[in-house]
Design a binder for this molecule. Structure first.
Ligand code: PLP
Length: 394
């Protein structure tokens, strides 16, 4: 199948999505509402993933998996980072776990003691604040310019105290879709080295780019540093959010042991299911063709979304280079983002995500987030509905 067939209007099965797609999506909104909310694709996953799950299930055994993760999945991640991200990592320093969200929580609890401070980007996904606060830490938001995709290094330096233990980055950034380029990643690594900080990079979006490949913090061309940690997963690149597949990559055995200890995998109180790891292996080893087609489709959906934003007098495009969310500024409008999103939901029956501290930190106020990982038909219908009520927005 070519990309048009894999991501055509007909492939979006709304009947199934209405039953299964929760978290602010089809199964969680009122009938008739189009959710362009949580970043989760509307398309069925790649066929090799479905086949691998069937083949594994056919044998009828679902025994305990190893605490450190299934070797075949760890090897698949290792290969993925080598072939897609120019990064040589060893499989014994990869810990598969139950989602990237879980990875952020585990890493925060492993690295932080109560009242330790963590520098985080502003804006960024709410999971950053939640995971740090859950570990008893304190977040220190630092401006991440949604236009330039860059921090202010002077601000980072000024906010770094003797309590600061880590810099968490989101590369590329949710919600702004901005990626941090090589030279700037090197500056951040040098900054962390100088202040002896952990550098935790959430790279769950790194495979969703449009023109240029993005740079992992583990890329061979970057400055080396043992306190780098990557958190990632397969919810975004392969649409496997419901299987809760994530992983953490460390730089040495002591750091791996620390993360493993805090994961509670060894007591079986935590862990990732074997079936999820089988699915993840098939995704990384056999489904690159699907991801490539998905990127092609998303390129088209992004253009449609940008055209729509240009047309709407109350929105101003903030250009992005990655992710399938877009984060326009609200302009010429007296409503704050929550009120505007509420009006659009009520009058146009389209659900969007507002900016604001609860979602993406304080700098996200005055923006809204649109997810465009759906079919052209669904996206066009959603935008037509908003067009038809735009006279109510001022
Ligand atoms: C930056 C970021 N990290 C983590 C997650 C959560 O991923 P997972 O589904 O693996 O928990 C998301 C989901 O939107 C995200 O945007």
């Amino acid at each position: 199948m070519n990309s048009n067939e894999l991501f055509s209007n007909d492939t979006v099965n709304l009947e199934v999505l209405h039953q299964r797609a929760f978290n602010f999506r089809w199964a969680a909104v009122e009938d008739g509402v189009i959710p362009l909310t949580a970043a989760d694709p509307d398309f069925p996953v790649a066929e090799p993933i479905v086949n691998a799950i069937k083949a594994y299930s056919d044998k009828g055994y679902f025994s305990y998996a190893p605490a450190e993760g299934l070797m075949e999945f760890k090897t698949a991640i290792q290969r993925w980072y080598l072939t897609q991200h120019n990064s040589t990592i060893s499989s014994d320093k990869i810990l598969p776990l139950n989602s990237a969200a879980n990875g952020l929580y585990i890493v925060a609890s492993a690295l932080l003691s109560p009242n330790d401070e963590v520098l985080i980007p502003n804006p960024v996904d709410f999971l950053f604040r939640k995971s740090v606060e859950n570990a008893g830490g304190k977040v220190v938001p630092c401006m991440f310019d949604a236009e330039t995709g860059w921090f202010n290094l002077d601000e980072l330096k000024a906010k770094c105290t003797d309590k600061t233990k880590a810099l968490f980055i989101c590369n590329p950034n949710n919600p702004s879709g901005k990626a941090i380029v090589k030279e700037q990643l090197n500056e951040l690594i040098e900054f962390c080295k100088l202040h002896d900080l952990w550098l935790v990079s959430d790279e769950i979006w790194i495979d969703i780019y449009f023109n240029n490949q993005l740079t992992s913090v583990l890329n061979e061309d970057l400055v080396t540093y043992s306190k780098k940690i990557v958190v990632s997963g397969l919810s975004k690149n392969f649409g496997l959010a419901g299987l809760r597949i994530g992983y953490v990559i460390c730089q040495n055995n002591d750091h791996f042991d620390l993360i493993l200890k805090h994961s509670h995998h060894q007591t079986t109180a935590g862990g990732i299911s074997s079936l999820s790891q089988i699915a993840g292996t098939a995704a990384l080893n056999e489904s690159l063709f699907w991801l490539e087609s998905f990127r092609q489709h998303l390129t088209k959906m992004k253009r449609i979304t940008e055209d729509f934003i240009h047309e709407m007098p109350f929105l101003e495009l903030v250009p992005s280079e990655a992710t399938y969310v877009i984060f326009p500024k609200i302009v010429n409008c007296s409503m704050d983002s929550a009120a505007l999103v509420e009006l659009i939901l009520r009058e146009a029956k389209v659900a969007l995500v507002p900016g604001g501290r609860n979602w993406f930190e304080s700098a996200s106020e005055g923006h809204l987030r649109i997810c465009f990982s759906t079919s052209e038909a669904v996206l066009t219908e959603a935008f037509n509905r908003i067009r038809s009520i735009q006279h109510l927005i001022h």
